[in-house]
Design a binder for this molecule. Structure first.
Ligand code: PBG
Length: 327
């Protein structure tokens, strides 16, 4: 017998000991479900690169929201699918008060006032250039874009958004949006900022869902270089100064180090976006029978919590809530 005073395996011996000593737990309270709303009625259109996720018309979105609410999911984040004919270089449809997006927000708020609605502030779903900013001679303009973001944020707040989430990565947008919201009396509308949003290839399936790929070039002049961590800390400092209520790291799995740094340094809650490509990887591998879907999803969620996430935006949210409720 070896003379060992420390035998860490003692704490792993039975399921009840392990359960008692577990440091990190996943709860439905941590989850936000992203949803895609499209025009029309009774539409549930599958997104081929995201098996199990659909473009839903307003009536179907409402059904979905009711199910999520019953499962006790606290919030949704909503994205609009805009037909090509309504896209233009100025994303004008994004501040049409009668548009698909504000009318969907209003409808959900009316039926399910307690379900938290997080709205997306960015030009790309409405832009004929497929960029998150205004384009001039192939360049993405910063300050001119803010005016458009301000208009769309107000439309969303008026429609009943609880939290607006700028996903564009323009400089100074949190400060700009906070000021506009306050001026118009929306002091209770929060800002969840996409603080460290990387120029990632994991967004591919999302761009399929919205048909929102950039029509030229890429997003590297505004989204962050995947090689950089220090720069993420600068973005964190700025967003907190500018008034963000929640900061976010995106994508999730390939950026757990960034998430960890945020959780140690942030004075506001930290969210992580487990993006479309991360979802599709696990779905695809499990559909092939190569991975156990439920177990790998839960392990990924644990990794986010362990790294320090307070909130997880994930396309797996509904399934996780179902698993948690049956256990
Ligand atoms: C764009 C936006 C993107 C996502 C959320 N908002 C894609 C992009 O920046 O091109 C990606 C989300 C996902 O992949 O799940 N404003």
């Amino acid at each position: 017998m070896l003379d060992l005073s420390r035998r860490p395996r003692r704490n792993r011996r039975t399921e009840n000991i392990r359960r008692m000593l577990r440091e990190t737990k996943i709860s439905v309270d941590d989850l936000v479900m992203p949803l895609f709303v499209c025009e029309g009625e009774r539409i549930r259109e599958p997104i081929s690169s995201m098996p199990g996720i659909y473009r839903l018309s307003k009536d179907e979105i409402l059904k979905e929201c009711k199910e999520l609410y019953q499962l006790r999911i606290p919030a949704i984040v909503l994205f609009p699918v805009i037909p090509e004919t309504k896209k233009d270089p100025f994303a004008k449809e994004s501040f049409n008060t009668e548009g698909l997006y504000p009318s969907t927000i209003k409808m959900i708020k009316q039926e399910l006032p307690e379900l938290t609605i997080i709205t997306d502030v960015a030009m790309d779903p409405y832009s004929s250039d497929g960029h998150d900013g205004l384009v001039k001679n192939g360049e993405i303009l910063n300050d001119e874009t803010l005016e458009i973001l301000g208009k769309m944020a107000l439309v969303q707040a008026k429609a009943g958004a609880d939290i607006i989430a700028p996903s564009d990565m323009m400089d100074g947008r949190v400060k700009y949006l906070r000021k506009i919201l306050d001026q118009e009396g929306f002091t209770n509308v929060g800002i969840l900022s996409y603080t460290a949003k990387y120029a990632s290839s994991f967004y591919g399936p999302f761009r399929d869902a919205l048909d929102s790929s950039p029509r030229f070039g890429d997003k590297k002049t505004y989204q962050m270089d995947p090689a950089n961590l220090r720069e993420a800390l600068l973005e964190l400092e700025l967003d907190i100064e500018e008034g963000a209520d929640i900061v976010m790291v995106k994508p999730g799995l390939p950026y757990l180090d960034v998430l960890r740094e945020f959780s140690l340094k942030s004075r506001v809650p930290v969210a992580v976006y487990n993006v479309s490509g991360e979802y599709s990887m696990l779905k695809a591998a499990s559909m092939q029978g190569w991975l156990d879907y439920e177990k790998t999803v839960m392990e990924v969620m644990l990794s986010f919590k362990r790294a320090g996430a307070d909130i997880i935006l994930t396309y797996h949210a509904k399934e996780i809530a179902q698993w948690l409720s049956k256990n």
